[in-house]
Design a protein around this ligand. Structure first.
Ligand code: ZN
Length: 263
């Protein structure tokens, strides 16, 4: 049996492949032993590595604080805030990510509450006009590195409502914290680009009206396939915890969902 076949046998982790190969190439005790043992080894090890990955992602959740609506404080190598709105406690962010210009996402008075002299704000151009300080303007598709943190601006728009037209160039973000790729979707519907996102943790809107409904967010999550999803965009302008629960219910047994308590 060639090395490639041995490797395939192991990688695909299927004893059946061994049977096919062995039948095709002729039985020989050595081949049988190598094939079955490598399969067995992977069968035993794979669940362990998957469990370790899930543990890492779950450990990150304690560093993700939901401050209501689309406002999160993520504490990784840097302190990252998303769409600061109705900020209750003064703080200093290293990085502020703002998805678009609407008042409940781009709020100059809330930005001031968490902005220090070194805070870097990443925003779309229409929001940037309302702010001052260290600002980087982004559009969908941009990839930047801010103080060692990888940040991608990704498309975020409505498909069946007029509030967030694709032409506005508004964004969601995928950024890295403690090795996890975290996606904050912004005000978006379920869009085809989502299936190309590589994400560990997805923060998805679920309220409907201006964004996806909980059911649409379930479809989005199944396309994005994060290791963990957190519902957002409810409890403030539109939507309630019912939407978050419906979202969790829809993904039961498929994708881990954590409903965060507002802090
Ligand atoms: Zn909006």
């Amino acid at each position: 049996m060639s090395n490639i076949l041995v490797e395939r046998c192991g990688v695909y982790n299927l004893l059946k492949i061994c049977d096919i190969i062995l039948l095709k190439e002729g039985m020989n005790e050595m081949k049988i032993a190598v094939c079955y043992l490598s399969s067995l080894f992977l069968i035993l090890l794979l669940p362990l590595s998957v469990t370790a990955e899930v543990k890492e992602v779950k450990a990150m959740v304690k560093d993700i604080h939901w401050l209501g609506h689309d406002t999160f404080k993520v504490v990784g190598e840097k302190v990252v805030y998303t769409d600061p709105f109705k900020i209750k406690k003064k703080d200093t962010a290293d990085i502020i990510l703002i998805t678009h210009e609407h008042y409940d996402h781009c709020s100059p008075e809330d930005v001031k509450k968490i902005q220090g002299p070194n805070t870097v704000i990443i925003a779309t151009s229409d929001c940037a006009k309302k702010l001052s300080g260290k600002i980087k303007i982004v559009k969908p598709g941009d990839k930047i590195n801010v103080e060692g943190i990888e940040i991608e601006a990704v498309p975020s728009y409505n498909t069946d409502k007029p509030f967030h037209p694709k032409a506005n160039g508004w964004v969601g973000y995928i950024f890295t914290a403690k090795g996890q790729r975290i996606y904050i979707a912004g005000d978006t519907d379920y869009i085809p680009e989502m299936k190309n996102f590589k994400v560990d943790i997805a923060l998805l809107p679920v309220s409907g009206t201006y964004v996806m409904t909980a059911d649409e967010a379930v479809k989005a999550a199944l396309d994005i396939r994060p290791k963990l999803a957190i519902p957002m965009h409810y409890g403030s302008i539109v939507g309630s915890e019912k939407d978050a629960k419906r979202f969790a219910e829809g993904l039961k047994g498929k994708i881990e969902v954590v409903i965060l308590q507002e802090e």
